[in-house]
Design a protein around this ligand. Sequence first.
Ligand code: NDP
Length: 606
Amino acid sequence: MRMPATRFQTGETVMGRWPGSNLYYEVKVLNYDSKSRLYTVIYKDGTELELKESDITSLIMFKQGSTRSRSRSRSRSPARTRRSSRSPARTTRRSSSRTVEMQREKLKDVLEVRLTPVAIPHENNSNSKHEKKEENNTATKVIELQKTETESENKTGGRYNLRRRKDQGDGKPVEEETKEETLVQVKPPAAVKTTDLEFGGRVGVFFMMLLLPVAVLALLILCGQKDAGLQNFPLQIPPLQSLWDWQVFGIVLLWILFQAVLALLPVGKVVEGMPLKNGETLKYRINGFYALVLTAVVVGVAVYQEVDLSYIHAHFLQFCTSALVIVTLLSIYLFVCSRWASQSNLAPGGNSGCIIYDFFMGRELNPRIKNFDIKFFCEMRPGLIGWVLINFAMLLAEMKHQNLENPSPAMLLVNGFQLLWVVDGIWHEEKLLTMMDIVYDGFGFMLTFGDLAFVPFTFTCQAYYLVSHPNDLSVFWIASLIAMNGVGYYIFRKANSQKFVFRKNPSDPAVSHLKAIPTATGKSLIVSGLWGFVRHPNYLGDIIMGLAWSLPCGFNHAIPYFYLIYLITLLVHRNARDERQCRKKYGSAWEEYCKAVPYRIFPGIY
Ligand code: NDP
């Protein structure tokens, strides 16, 4: 059964009335319960309440109301200013206390609103008590006071603590204002204990932590051999000096530092991430594209100055082990720091209480050093930009080793295709903020390993392979591969953009033609176009591209297809994880979607 369309959408910022008062605050809609017909909203300090539709108004309506009330003193909009009040209660007070009213006129309409977690709500709490509570309260927000005629209701029915901002007004205590202070019993958001363990639980993640680095090194050793056949297992363990070099370690550290400096440059816009559990949003500077361009300039200058980038190829194993050491050190640092993380910043998936499991999954959701977000940085910068740099170094190494004047078409295709993917990812950097990695996963060994070791050293395996395994391509093959990558990219980009725009504003002209299934949360699920073709068209596009990246390496060995095999495994697993969460979130609407779109990734197959 289709749900009736809701007036306010999940994620929308609206003005919500504080129960028992006529004060409106900025809130975010979390969901809508069609049975009780109530919206769950979150206030800026993390308080969640259920409100009736009549207690919510859109920002535009609210602002219009506010403007009207200033120009027409008799407006009955909830946004009316104090001066325009006509409530009987206010009239009495006004006439009986002229002096106080004059003092109030001097004060600016700005209050500091604190939703204080207080154990014992007393109406006549003294100021000092308030002060004490407030010292512990970090969630303070300044909002414009929107007082209306039934202000007096707050004295008895309010459940919040209003306090005049210290740097506003004449600073004199106003008797009436302090009387209005009442308290609310708000529990701070507690961390969810992880009970549903993924990746085979403790034992599974323990072996993953041991085996994943070994697997990456084994892949590189195999890839660099003359005969890269899988039958060459077990591999000969290379001498220790071919695995470690302090100079290489220093270069990797410098690279990460250089990218961190670029990330800190005050260029690019600052955006807000998704609301956290406590209602706050973190700010992120979006300057990845600048970082990429600046890196390209620096690399260009280095090559012009005859810096030999094929050094990276010659010391590839050492680069990889250095990255693995940094991953381990960073993961330990993150885990130790997570001991001091606030409860609301613990990742829902990494708080089981088992050290090994939490170390792997990541305990803290958004570890930061001041405003520097370590997870966001690692997800987008050193590994991703490092990937294209390594590819370029392999291109130069191929020319050097094979005495070529120009790089081979196969190497150019691999470099070009993957560069497109990275540039696209960095260009749409902001969209990462809505992805599972940022919103749900903690930052621990799993993501640090993925970002700093797995991506730059295994995604480059086609280019690494081509240095010592040349593969000629016919013009037909070249054209077919370009077309294949183009189709994959089109599906991938269009599906991701459509969903992003739809989630932001379903009535945007770019997506308003799409059919959608409404859900009880207020969000809808697109059921036509690409999202009606398979349930994860973006994964399909990604996999088609992955195939186009591997095929230039020919069919002599399976090793260059590692990325494709990994990608399919990852996305099938990710799909299962995502569907589990969507089933929980959307219930019967998700089932309806699955019936309408039966295939997950591969039409007619899976
Ligand atoms: P998605 O971008 O597909 O996000 C899944 C979410 O989309 C769901 O949880 C749901 O969230 C929403 N959704 C699902 N179905 C619909 C629908 N029909 N209509 C509207 N919304 C829907 O997943 P990922 O974050 O995993 O992937 C993003 C991109 O990153 C993909 O292109 C993927 O291929 C790529 N990727 C690549 C990797 C690589 O190593 N190459 C690794 C990981 C990802 P809600 O309803 O809450 O909005």
